[in-house]
Write a protein of this length. Structure first.
Length: 350
């Protein structure tokens, strides 16, 4: 990736002046603006990137003007609500997440926007999946997926593009499994992994009974609440909702997260472009869980995991609820009756 490509990506991802220039402290913000301006100015770009550079330059100047006027927060108004944009919350493979505020009393949420308008269909797919979970899923298990507040098409005049946008509830006190793994590099006690595994199977059972395959059960997409032993499965952009069958009969996971394309995170049917099934999610969930286990892994738990991650989907379990019962049997044989085990993340990981 060239310096120009990096600059364009930074500018397009920014939703507020602070995202791009940092605190309005004068010299550093000005230096950053002038550097980005030199890279993207239309007069300096003469290859096939000229049009993209011109759009980025227009957005850069608009954000710089806003910064110099005091950085008044931008507002996105839909038919239902007005959202006041805050700082960037996180950046994913496909989309950026931004804090927003709306309503009276004021409520915090997350605005999700794809960096590339061509990925708007993935945001629409997520909205469809979350709506189907509410419509067809068991209401008792709704906390296992984030609540979709609104989905709409957003025209960004400064960037010259229209993208699908999703507004999703903001979850407090949660950590991704990627953060859990980073905070415990030697692995966790299997009894701590056990409650996460059980809850992840509940989340998958909830989705599959509602006719939705998640399609990207990856460490970044599984959030746990240490104190409450809660779990939420997020980022449904790669899902295969059952109601898509008429328009997309392939049943394939639409994209593979690039950094995992060459790993064993995905089962063969996804990497080979074949139809996904509940067994697909179970394979990926198993990989997430076994990565957390500290050594040595009890043999019964190891054998359970191996059976869930076989190469052929027809040989894997496909019923998450039934699999949960089997996991409980293994855990009871190993550790006896279930007991609550406090779990905490190091303060520096929060």
């Amino acid at each position: 990736m060239t310096q120009l490509d990096d600059a364009i990506q930074l500018i397009e991802a920014a939703r507020t002046p602070a995202d791009l220039f940092g605190p309005p402290d004068g010299d550093s913000a000005s230096r950053r603006y002038h550097l980005l301006a030199r890279l993207t100015h239309p007069d300096t770009v003469r290859d096939g990137r000229a049009a993209a550079a011109a759009r980025a330059f227009a957005r850069l100047t608009a954000l710089w003007s806003q910064a110099r006027q005091g950085g008044s927060p931008a507002t996105i108004t839909t038919r239902r609500r007005s959202y006041v944009l805050g700082p960037r919350f996180a950046t994913g493979e496909i989309a950026g997440l931004y804090r927003v505020r709306y309503g009276h009393p004021e409520t915090a949420a997350l605005l999700k926007l794809p960096r590339d308008p061509a990925h708007s269909d993935l945001l629409a797919r997520e909205a469809t999946a979350l709506a189907q979970l509410v419509q067809d899923g068991d209401a008792r298990f709704r906390p296992y997926a984030p609540r979709l507040i609104e989905t709409f098409r957003h025209r960004d005049a400064a960037a010259g593009m229209t993208r699908q946008a999703n507004v999703i509830e903001l979850l407090g006190g949660f950590f991704s499994l990627a953060e859990v793994r980073a905070a415990h590099p030697d692995g966790l006690d299997p009894r701590d992994v056990a409650w996460m595994w059980r809850r992840l199977l509940v989340a998958l059972g909830y989705a599959h009974r509602a006719g939705v395959i998640h399609g990207a059960v990856l460490p970044e997409h599984v959030l746990i609440h240490p104190a409450d032993h809660g779990l939420v499965l997020v980022d449904w952009c790669c899902s295969v909702p059952g109601c898509y069958a008429a328009t997309d009969p392939t049943g394939r996971v639409p994209v593979v997260v690039g950094r995992y394309a060459g790993s064993d995170r995905y089962p063969p049917e996804v990497l080979e472009g074949r139809r996904a099934s509940p067994a697909t999610d179970i394979y990926m969930a198993t990989r997430c869980m076994t990565e957390l286990l500290g050594q040595p892994v009890p043999r019964p738990l190891l054998m359970f995991a191996r059976g869930c991650a076989l190469a052929a989907p027809s040989r894997r379990p496909a019923d998450a609820w039934r699999l949960l019962g089997e996991l409980d049997d293994v855990l009871e044989r190993l550790y006896g009756a279930r007991r609550f085990r406090p779990f905490a993340m190091p303060a520096k990981a929060g």
